[in-house]
Design a protein around this ligand. Structure first.
Ligand code: ADP
Ligand code: MG
Length: 586
């Protein structure tokens, strides 16, 4: 029998496990028929551990560990340090790493799968948020291993949601937005389907925005009405208020009013309108993340084929209304909000297990072809799935002053970084040395009807050609290798996007830094000291972000440096203009 691979959504508030069954992703239910397992762990005496509902039920009387995901893989000093001493969490079972606690949730999911599938399960795909850094991904993987699971892939949640939505439903060149509002976090991504390959164009969000905020706001509101000082309550008592708030919140998604009840304290009626007033601040923050993602992706909302809403909190009518307004279209609610991620993980697991096959078209380029450009990026000339015969060309230039030649590296693959693609061949083209950006070298790819790729490079100044024939490697690729490349492009979609953002920002920075130095020297003594200090600080921050290979940090630092040098730039322009107009009189 084929080895089973399960798909796991390890959520902040709830988790789920799925598997492919006769071609469909299904979720597996525990012995009580529940498919969603609260990500809650209780450690009792004598090594006793309870997970899920059973653990949550103790929340009124005992300490129960929840939202562990927000602590996992955090580097020292990250986050608010709540519950942690160093990065460990103190529990009844001793000081534990967050991944050791998450492992308990994973063990539970593994057991549910084994019970339902009646077989041992040793492999899993686990999803993580798009913004998780390497440390958080590695810690998630460790959690899997501690639970006795080999984690065959870590998958980004928006990608999982998109897989579950059905990539095959998407047309060529189409873009979708995945909107995920869960318990503690909010994510919005814009994904593009390009020639059968999946790309993340932009992602934004808020790691401190979710259903828990609504619970807190509602509990606070009710406490005020009932003249209770929530902050003054014991923590277990406060948990009861939050649990009640959540119950009422859920009711308000389906009905106009509900009663907030606290035993021995009182009750108060809440209308949907009352609740919505409490959410305005969060809805505004959510909206600005959506707008940022659209801006970064350089798409207008109406160009999106669908806005797929997932996450438990996307059930709230006010959230849906806001999404409808921001994107100017009906959101797609076809995905079960708490199940989509686990279903997507199950589909990815199915692909890896070889149960789900991707279709490889014939008489087309199975993978994209391109050349390496500045910053080690892949520049696609012929996209995957282009019908052959075909040809395509692009103009390139020199990256440095006085450069005499450049290397044309012919690449095949779907990854953003040249190094992650396959090199089919390379050759050197020489041209007349000149200033940076002056050379003009045209590169043309041509694939004939037999699938033979030839690459031609021409120095437009001299008309001199260099040509290379690669053979049929461009078209003859085994199905398995194509599948591997395509699934890696999905797996690494977010890392790739970060790598591209970083390289692009680094190139801008490397142009900006020397220009800033020169300008500073030229304008020395003419700028207020605090402005010079700000420029120097910006410059150091840019240099630091380059050293750290921090994509987002670098992008922000470059923008800041750009702003800090506005005065300097204006001063230099002013001087240049003054010099220009005063010279005739001199
Ligand atoms: P996570 O991925 O963070 O684990 P989920 O996507 O599972 O989160 O969503 C959990 C959140 O969804 C919780 O805050 C829960 O209260 C909220 N939620 C679930 N059902 C509803 C509902 N019917 N109305 C409002 N909020 C809901
Ligand atoms: Mg989630």
């Amino acid at each position: 029998m084929d080895e089973v691979i399960i798909g796991i959504d390890l959520g902040t508030t709830q988790s789920a496990v799925g598997v492919m069954d006769s071609g469909f992703p299904i979720l597996l239910a525990d012995e009580h028929g529940r498919t969603l397992v609260p990500s809650a762990v209780w450690f009792g005496p004598d090594g006793l551990v309870e997970v899920g509902e059973e653990a949550l039920r103790r929340a009124g009387t005992d300490e129960v560990h929840t939202s562990i995901k927000s602590l996992i893989g955090r580097r020292q000093g990250e986050g608010d340090g709540r519950l942690t001493s160093g990065n460990k969490v103190s529990t009844e079972a001793g000081e534990l790493w967050p991944e050791e606690i998450s492992a308990e949730v994973l063990k539970r999911l593994k057991a549910i799968a084994e019970m339902r599938l009646e077989t041992e399960v040793n492999k899993a795909v686990i999803t993580v948020p798009a913004y998780f850094h390497d440390g958080q991904r590695a810690a998630t993987k460790r959690a899997g291993e501690l639970a006795g699971l080999e984690v065959v892939r870590i998958l980004s949640e928006p990608t999982a949601a998109a897989l579950s939505y059905g990539l095959d439903r998407l047309g060529e060149e189409s873009r979708v937005s995945v909107f995920d509002l869960g318990g503690g976090t909010f994510d919005v991504s814009i994904l593009e389907m390009r020639d059968g390959v999946f790309e993340v164009v932009a992602t934004a969000g808020d790691t401190k925005l979710g259903g828990d905020d609504f619970d807190r706001a509602l509990a606070g509101w009710a406490a005020e009405r009932l003249a209770v000082d929530l902050a003054g309550l014991e923590s277990l008592e406060r948990v009861r208020w939050l649990t009640e708030a959540r119950r009422v919140k859920h009711l308000l998604s389906d009905q106009e009013r509900a009663v907030f009840r606290v035993p021995f304290t009182g009750e108060v009626e809440v209308t949907r309108e009352d609740f919505e007033k409490l959410m305005v601040g969060q809805l505004d923050r959510m909206e600005s993340s959506c707008r940022r993602a659209l801006l970064d992706a350089r798409v207008s909302a109406d160009a999106l084929e669908a806005v797929v809403m997932v996450g438990g909190s996307s059930r709230i009518p006010a959230v849906r209304d806001r999404v409808r307004r921001v994107f100017g279209q009906e959101p797609d609610l076809s995905q079960h909000p708490d199940e989509a991620i686990a279903r997507g993980a199950a589909i990815q697991a199915g692909i890896l297990a070889g149960i789900v096959r991707e279709v490889v078209l014939l008489d087309v380029t199975p993978l994209s072809l391109g050349v390496e450009t500045m910053g080690g990026l892949m520049n696609v000339l012929i996209a995957r799935n282009t019908t052959i015969p075909c040809r395509a060309g692009e103009m390139f230039t020199n990256a440095a002053d006085g450069q005499k030649s450049m290397m044309v590296r012919v690449l095949q693959g779907e990854r953003e970084l040249a190094a992650d693609n396959w090199e089919l061949g390379s050759f050197e083209v020489s041209f007349q040395p000149g200033k940076r950006g002056q050379a003009r070298v045209g590169v043309e790819f041509r694939i004939d009807a037999d699938g033979i790729l030839s690459v031609l490079a021409r120095d437009t100044a001299t008309g001199e050609d260099t040509e290379m024939t690669i053979g049929s490697a461009a078209v003859d690729v085994s199905e398995a290798r194509v599948e591997q490349m395509v699934s890696e492009s999905v797996e690494f979609a977010f890392q790739d996007m970060n790598a591209r953002v970083f390289e692009e920002a680094r190139m801008t920075a490397e142009e900006l830094l020397p220009a800033v130095e020169t300008a500073l020297a030229a304008a020395a003594g003419q700028l207020p000291p605090e402005e010079i200090a700000a420029i120097e600080k910006g410059r150091d921050r840019v240099a630091y972000a380059i050293g750290q290979r921090d994509a987002t940090g670098l992008k922000v630092a470059v923008e800041e440096l750009d702003r800090a040098t506005e005065g300097l730039a204006a001063l230099l322009v002013e001087q240049a203009t003054a010099a220009l107009f005063s010279s005739p009189q001199d």
